[in-house]
Design a protein around this ligand. Structure first.
Ligand SMILES: O=C(O)CCC(=O)C(=O)O
Ligand SMILES: [Fe+2]
Length: 258
């Protein structure tokens, strides 16, 4: 790990005990957006309080869900279990995911990231068209329709690749692939999985958050996962799902370009 992914140097380090004062959170927002644009993620090493993390997240868009991630034996989602979590993306309607570390696993607990921001360079025009025709399921965000803890499952569909004017978005969850892909789509899916393996081998980013640190990722670009954690791990992360408005998207692109 080198220091390149660090943000929050100028703004918060001057007043680490009181980052809310003097507009520091506003400055942090600009740094996070710039890092998201450049790297696909922003690792904030300056310790924040949980409240300042939340306030910072609110500056990035609308928080649609707050989740406490700790091992919870009676809950069914993989995020509450100690097993390895393979590379995936969360609900594609969410543009940014943020995690705040309250307590880290004793041995590891690193978040592992793959930046798929270069997907359009790796595939031909024709392959990108095929990838855009591949639908991947995502859980219905309405908890009355999709709620594994209540035995409710409802999925919607989202394209694996979405070509936009200035970027190409990706949405991939290996265990939520739909059924009935044709041969051409199967071949494209295999090549996509190979692309991820190459990136995992050569460009994997591992970030082990310490207590007080936070991480934001561009969920339409970066895949995340982690290795297994201790069966009795005390690891505790707070996660936020953030939806950017069209307005803040446009603003973010403008700021990133400066
Ligand atoms: O526990 C982690 O590091 C990440 C779990 C995860 O996939 C998530 O929070 O969406
Ligand atoms: Fe996830």
């Amino acid at each position: 790990m080198n220091g390149r992914e660090s943000v929050g140097v100028s703004g918060l380090d001057t007043a680490p005990d009181n980052p809310g004062a003097g507009g520091d959170i506003g400055e942090l927002r600009v740094e996070i957006l710039a890092s998201l644009q450049k790297l696909g993620y922003a690792h904030i090493k300056t310790p924040l309080t949980a409240e300042d993390f939340d306030r910072t997240a609110q500056q990035l868009g609308d928080i649609t869900l707050r989740t406490n991630l700790t091992l919870t034996h009676n809950r069914s989602s993989i995020v509450y279990k100690p097993d390895e979590i393979t590379f995936h993306q969360d609900n594609p309607l969410m543009n940014i995911i943020g995690w705040y570390c309250v307590r880290q696993d004793e041995l590891d607990g690193s978040m592992l990231l793959i930046d798929a921001g270069d997907v359009a360079d790796y595939f031909t025009r024709r392959e990108l068209k095929i990838l855009s025709s591949i639908d991947v399921r995502y859980p219905d965000p309405d908890p009355d329709r999709h709620n594994p803890d209540r035995g409710l499952f409802a999925y919607l569909l989202w394209p694996l690749v979405t070509e936009k004017t200035a970027r190409t978005d990706v949405y991939y969850v290996p265990w939520l692939l739909a059924e009935g892909y044709d041969d051409e789509q199967q071949r494209a899916l295999e090549k996509f999985a190979a692309y991820l393996r190459v990136k995992e081998e050569s460009q994997l980013v591992a970030i082990r958050l310490s207590a007080g640190e936070s991480l934001f990722i561009d969920n339409n670009r970066v895949l995340h996962g982690r290795g297994p954690i201790q069966q009795d791990s005390k690891r505790f992360l707070k996660r936020v799902w953030i939806k950017q408005s069209e307005q803040s998207n446009a603003r973010a692109e403008g700021e990133g370009a400066r």
